[in-house]
Design a binder for this molecule. Structure first.
Ligand code: TIU
Length: 220
C-alpha cells in the first residue's frame, strides 16, 4: 500500500494493483490551435503548459504498473451521438463536426481528435472515446475498470472544471476513491481550475482528494 500523507483533505492510500491513472482528453482538439478549444474562443496555450507534467505522471504510472486510461472527447462522423443541445451552443467560430485545420472538429478519427504526441497511448492501455463531458456516460469505462478490479483512480487532464470534474464526480458516485493531481490539470480559465480543486477536497473530501505531483512521487 502507498499513502500520500499530505494529500488534501487527508492522506490518500492506495494499492498500485488496483489503481488506474485516468488522463482526461489530452487531445490536440483542446491543446493545439485550430481545434475545438480555440473554436470556443479560448487561448489554448494555457493548456499546453501541463503536457510535460502529465508526461512525468504517465511515466511514473507506467513504471509502477498502474492501469492507464486515456479518454478522448469525440463524436461519430454522422454526429448521431451529438445532441443539438451540445452542438449548437457556445461556438462563435466553428462547431463540432465543422472542417478545421486539423480535420473535422471533435470527430473520431480526425487528426485533431488524437491524443497529443508526447502522451500517445501504448499497447495495453485503455483508450475510451466519450461523447459527453463525463468519461462514464455512454462509454464502457465502468465495465473495463470493474473487470480489472480497479478501486482507486488518479485523475489528470483537461479541462479541470469541465471534463475532469464531471468524470471525477461520476467516478465518485460509482464508488471509486479519486485523487486529482494538482499541477497535471488545467483550464482555459485558471481561476476555475483553482476553484475546482478547492471544491473537490472541501467538506471532508466530498468528491475526492487532491495532491501535488511531487507529493505523489515522494510517496511512491
Ligand atoms: N470547453 C472546455 O473547457 N472543455 C471541454 O469542452 N471539454 C473538456 O473539458 N475536455
Amino acid at each position: 500500500m502507498t499513502s500520500i500523507a499530505c494529500a488534501k483533505p487527508a492522506p490518500f492510500t492506495f494499492d498500485a494493483r488496483t489503481t488506474a491513472l485516468v488522463l482526461i482528453d489530452m487531445q490536440r482538439d483542446f491543446i493545439e490551435p485550430g481545434g475545438f478549444g480555440e473554436a470556443l474562443g479560448n487561448d489554448v496555450s494555457l493548456l499546453a503548459g501541463i503536457v510535460p507534467t502529465v508526461a512525468r505522471l504517465l511515466a511514473h504510472a507506467r513504471a509502477a504498473g498502474w492501469q492507464v486510461v486515456h479518454t478522448r472527447e469525440s463524436h461519430a462522423p454522422d454526429l448521431s451521438d451529438c445532441p443539438p443541445a451540445k452542438r449548437l451552443r457556445g461556438t462563435p467560430n466553428a462547431r463540432i463536426g465543422d472542417a478545421g485545420p486539423m480535420g473535422r472538429i471533435l470527430i473520431r478519427g480526425e487528426p485533431g481528435n488524437d491524443i497529443v504526441e508526447a502522451l500517445a497511448p501504448l499497447e495495453g492501455e485503455l483508450v475510451i472515446d466519450k461523447p459527453g463531458k463525463g468519461a462514464f456516460y455512454a462509454t464502457r469505462l465502468g465495465e473495463e475498470l470493474a473487470q480489472r478490479g480497479v478501486t482507486h483512480l488518479v485523475f489528470a487532464g483537461v479541462t479541470t472544471e469541465v471534463c475532469v470534474q464531471t468524470s471525477m464526480r461520476e467516478a465518485n458516485d460509482r464508488g471509486f476513491e479519486c485523487l486529482l493531481v494538482e499541477e497535471a490539470t488545467a483550464s482555459y480559465i485558471p481561476a476555475f481550475r483553482d476553484a475546482t480543486l478547492s471544491m473537490i477536497h472541501s467538506q471532508g473530501g466530498i468528491v475526492g482528494w487532491t495532491a501535488t505531483l511531487d507529493a505523489l512521487l515522494e510517496a511512491v
